[in-house]
Ligand binder design. Structure first.
Ligand code: SF4
Length: 148
């Protein structure tokens, strides 16, 4: 029997009214950052926002997600593609990992092609420190276009 990996998602509060369409579609289809789960089923056990800059909910929401069984917490792709991208992503990742002993992955749904084009043009991610942050959500061009 396949095991089930329980997932928590934290989104950027700028998109607090988002119904989660792209993230949930990617989770269901195992696309974007969810493509790493080739041998396990996925179950969403938490979904919330950072509560707005500078991310006050990050300190607490990990605890609730872990109590609810989260094996992995994903920081939503919106934190990467919004303009400007969240400047605290690495801090969030490090904090949640250390404080709650849970794996944290940056990215949820594939980066939409139009955002890749925009940020490439702007040089947003030209600093090499962005490379490990965007890699999980990068996907192939066809998949990125399907999320435009
Ligand atoms: S930019 Fe970062 S800290 Fe600000 S609302 Fe978005 S995720 Fe939260």
């Amino acid at each position: 029997m396949k095991k089930t990996t329980k997932i928590g998602i934290i989104i950027c509060d700028r998109y607090r009214t988002c119904a989660g369409g792209k993230c949930l579609r990617a989770l269901r289809n195992k696309e974007g950052a969810f493509s790493m789960y080739t041998d396990t089923d996925l179950e969403l056990v938490g979904y919330t926002t950072c509560a707005g800059c500078p991310g006050g909910n990050i300190e607490y929401t990990g605890e609730e997600m872990v109590k609810n069984g989260a094996d992995v917490i994903h920081l939503a792709t919106g934190m990467l593609v919004g303009y400007p991208p969240c400047p605290h992503i690495q801090t969030f990742k490090d904090f949640i990992t250390m404080r709650y002993g849970v794996q944290v992955v940056v990215g949820t749904h594939p980066i939409p092609q139009k955002y890749l084009d925009l940020h490439t043009g702007l040089g947003t991610w030209s600093n090499p420190s962005w490379a490990p942050l965007i890699e999980q959500a990068m996907s192939d061009e066809q998949t990125r276009k399907a999320y435009d």
